[in-house]
Design a protein around this ligand. Structure first.
Ligand code: S3P
Length: 167
């Protein structure tokens, strides 16, 4: 029985994609925190934000994160999950944390191609405004993300190198 592996990082950093691959390779259960939240409240994250606001979302997210603790799981967190309450310390005490790093420019490239409307924090942002937001938010969140046990710079990352670092 191994402690859970938590994947952390900015929106668009590939937490879900890597999480699925890792869980598959390591023969562990994959849990996507955003999906668990959506199932729990019976509505999408943008709708929840709109009705209850960000503060309530962060409370719910923190509580739900802590309910997901189980051995032999790979848990993909939301981009803001480690940055509120005591969540980053809790993650590090209860599992192995992996920070998936991408530069603001690379994140911008990916997020521009994604459905912005599904991410309430990015609502209405595009082009240079989106890049400026990512830059600012990543700077704000980096002190939390960089507390992770392992930092993966995705420029050179492969499933093999990530697994070697975990071992
Ligand atoms: C958020 C990231 C989202 C989701 C919510 C808020 C954030 O998860 O939890 O929209 O504040 O960074 P992803 O990182 O999976 O997009």
């Amino acid at each position: 029985m191994d402690k859970p592996i938590f994947l952390i990082g900015f929106m668009g950093s590939g937490k879900t994609t890597w999480g699925k691959k890792l869980a598959n390779r390591l023969n562990k259960k994959f849990v996507d925190l955003d999906h668990v939240l959506v199932e729990k409240v019976g509505m999408s994250i943008p709708t929840y934000f709109q009705i209850y606001g960000e503060q309530k979302f962060r409370e719910l997210e923190s509580q739900t994160l802590k309910e997901q603790i189980a051995p032999d799981t790979v848990i993909s967190t939301g981009g803001g999950s480690p940055c509120y309450y005591d969540n980053m310390a809790w993650i590090n005490e209860n599992g192995l944390s992996l920070y998936l790093y991408l530069s603001p420019k690379a994140l911008h490239g990916r997020l521009s191609q994604s459905n912005i409307e599904s991410r309430p924090a990015l609502k209405g942002l595009q082009g240079e405004d989106l890049l400026a937001f990512i830059d600012e938010k990543l700077t704000e969140r980096a002190p939390f993300y960089t507390q992770a046990h392992i930092q993966i710079d995705q420029i050179n990352a492969s499933l093999d190198t990530i697994c070697q670092q975990i071992e």
